[in-house]
Design a protein around this ligand. Sequence first.
Ligand SMILES: Nc1nc2c(ncn2[C@@H]2O[C@H](COP(=O)(O)OP(=O)(O)OP(=O)(O)O)[C@@H](O)[C@H]2O)c(=O)[nH]1
Ligand SMILES: [Mg+2]
Length: 446
Amino acid sequence: MVLDKLGSSLKNTLSKIAKAVFVDEKLINELVKDIQRALLKSDVNVKLVFDLSKKIKERGLGEKPQTGITQKEHLIKIVYEELVKFLGEEGYKIEVKEKPFKIMLIGLFGSGKTTQAGKLGKFFKKKGYKVALVQTDTWRPAAYEQLKTLGEQTDIIVYGSKTLKDPVEIYREYEKELNKFDVVIIDTAGRDALSGDLIKEIEKINSAVKPSETLLVLSADIGQTAEKQAEAFHNSVGVTGLIISKMDGTAKGGGALAGASITHAPVKFIGVGEKIDDLEIFDPKRFVGRMLGMGDLESLLEKAREVVDEDTAEDMQRKLLKGEFNLVDLYEQMSAMRKMGPLSKIVDMIPGMGKMNLPKGALEGQEEKLKKWKFLMDSMTKEELENPDVISSERVERISKGSGCSVQEVRELLKQYRQSKKMVKMMKGQDPSKLMKKFKGKVPGM
Ligand SMILES: Nc1nc2c(ncn2[C@@H]2O[C@H](COP(=O)(O)OP(=O)(O)OP(=O)(O)O)[C@@H](O)[C@H]2O)c(=O)[nH]1
Ligand SMILES: [Mg+2]
């Protein structure tokens, strides 16, 4: 599938975010570099890559996450949103606005015009429209036959001529008849390269047909030349949308997709195979989701959270065994507990503590507390989070002001931290079952 590599490098990048302890400039720079590398490998133009990564960096450094999501999740959201925007944001809504609704397909030799014409015919017919296909290609000898075969498969009438040599003449011949149809799809000839001759011919057909939609068909494997083509066609007849064909056959395709940015015309359909049904409406959100191996932003974030959970659990175990503990750990421990239910996972991780009885209602009020803690921690510096012992009274004041929480609440958080740390220190290298007695089944902070 197209952009496979991009997808997997982005997936790696996202789990890198999920695993990181802090969202800081270093992480964002690393992330931006990863994305740049992945996009360039997928054939996306350097300038577009630069613009995209610049936006991600600016937003990553400048934006504060909305409440309810962490900084890491917000960063993933930014990457997702910018990729969707890069691909055109809105999915194509098919609006057959006038009768007949004329769709002209243009593009070079072998780009897939005739095949997509057949597919589009079926697409609109299935929606209940009365469809006709018109072949104006007088260059390829078998073009009319090819389209006719496609029409027969779907029971759609195909107009064309074996004798006429002028595409405009062919169109004029059937113009009146075409008024009886809801949707008319006009296939045109290509050339093996962009030429003045082709452009002139397309311009002539264009002014005779006056199409409602002019769709440029680009093959996914053409790489960065997509942009030049898109630009040339757009400047001559005005492209209203792109169809990227052969999305099933290449691991790149970034160049063709980026063609959309040049024409400012969205990718409206993608061809995903040679068969008549192998056409999909292009929906950037779904596409990015699929590329990253998940459905939409929500499931993406869900996935990120899972990675965080697994990682937190491992990290926590390591830290507990070493007797290390800082504020971030405390916060993550609390979040993990909330999600994992009644402490079970955390407790299970500590050998011998699995059977500890927790007081009823231990988790009540934790939700509110966590929210406050998150605000508080967002107002702390990296140094303070890693080594809370540096937090002086002045710093408490500052944190309180910055977070909108009271000084009392800051102190409470610090107190809980110290209690938890004490417990962790005592655990270091000790037999957990003896510890149980010491704490009498109570866990500080709960
Ligand atoms: N795998 C795959 N093959 C495709 C797709 N679309 C078209 N093709 C194949 O690409 C080749 C060229 O397709 P055509 O539809 O004949 O291309 P064209 O733009 O009409 O070419 P000219 O008429 O020569 O200008 C054919 O072998 C098609 O079967 C697609 O989405 N996926
Ligand atoms: Mg053709």
